[in-house]
Design a protein around this ligand. Structure first.
Ligand code: ATR
Length: 284
């Protein structure tokens, strides 16, 4: 029940029609009997600074998530940002600390937690191929590098983007674990065979009409294939991977664990992960 002392959490994004975060967080608040509510605030980029100002004024602000298209722009309106958010270059979680509004990013750690909890996979010393070099890729790369992945092949349609991302991160870490390449690189197939994990962070697979990113018959059965897409549950990439005997994961786990980590930031309570997963599972 919402009352006068209920703490209010929000998600800022545009569009928000399909977001499952309210379902997930309201289920978590209910499970722990917390007097919190989570609501969508659909806001266009031109309204972002005003909304942030409003959140600052709210005495009953419980926390916020930030999603497309605001994750990068929101950073300039905050009083502080965690090291992780700085490293990723984007924020997905807001919280108040000592009257200041701070930004955190739980996407990368959510990704790592889902790998560990769902399939017992630890990136330390592993070779990874990551498809895509956009916003989602940055969080995944940062987390994989932090967890000690030995090498990450960064494959992107626009090679220049992969090159820029790889060189800036290699410079920062003082290592050369990030290797940019295109889908048409003659080394693509050989490098895929030597990897332990393949991650799709492109939008390919969201729509039925998408052409495949590469010839999925090249997938070795030893590979774990992780598609960050969770709707549809089984993208053509995951379907092909399963047929070839690979381990597969879709993006539902990352959604749940990034949410669980945000929940922990806001409430300092242990998140009810299974209740959260139950709440966002697609209807059958
Ligand atoms: P997100 O924040 O979800 O990562 P994004 O920043 O727009 O979204 O990045 C989308 C990624 O999907 C990019 O790497 C993009 O490749 P380009 O850099 O070449 O644009 C990739 N992508 C989108 N459609 C694609 C397609 N049809 N084939 C290959 N890659 C595609």
């Amino acid at each position: 029940m919402i009352g006068g002392s209920t703490m209010v959490c929000v998600i800022l994004g545009h569009p928000l029609k399909h977001t499952r975060s309210p379902l997930m967080h309201n289920a978590a608040f209910a499970a722990l009997g917390l007097d919190y509510v989570y609501i969508p605030l659909e806001v266009k980029p031109e309204g972002l600074s005003a909304i942030i100002q409003a959140l600052r004024e709210m005495e009953n602000f419980g926390g916020a998530n930030v999603t497309v298209p605001h994750k990068v722009r929101v950073m300039e309106y905050l009083d502080g940002r965690s090291q992780e958010a700085e490293a990723i270059g984007a924020v997905n979680t807001l919280y108040k600390s000592g009257g200041e509004l701070w930004g955190e990013n739980t996407d990368g750690r959510g990704f790592i937690a889902s790998l560990r909890e769902e399939v017992d996979f630890l990136p330390q010393g592993k070779r990874v191929m990551l498809l895509g070099a956009g916003g989602a890729a940055r969080a995944v790369i940062q987390a994989l590098v932090q967890e000690g992945a030995e090498r990450i092949y960064l494959v992107n349609r626009t090679l220049q983007k992969a090159e820029e991302l790889a060189s800036s991160l290699n410079r920062r870490t003082g290592r050369s674990s990030l290797v940019p390449m295109g889908f048409d690189d003659p080394l693509f197939s050989g490098r895929l065979q030597e990897c332990h994990l393949l991650v799709n962070s492109t939008s390919v697979g969201l729509s039925r009409d998408d052409s495949p990113l590469f010839d999925y018959r090249l997938l070795p059965s030893t590979l774990l294939v992780y598609d960050l897409i969770y709707d549809p549950e089984l993208t053509p990439l995951l379907k092909a991977a399963r047929e070839r005997g690979c381990g597969i994961l879709n993006g539902l786990g990352m959604l749940v664990y990034q949410g669980a980590l945000s929940f922990e930031v806001w409430t300092q309570r242990r998140p009810p992960v299974e209740k959260m997963r139950e709440a966002v599972k697609p209807m059958r």
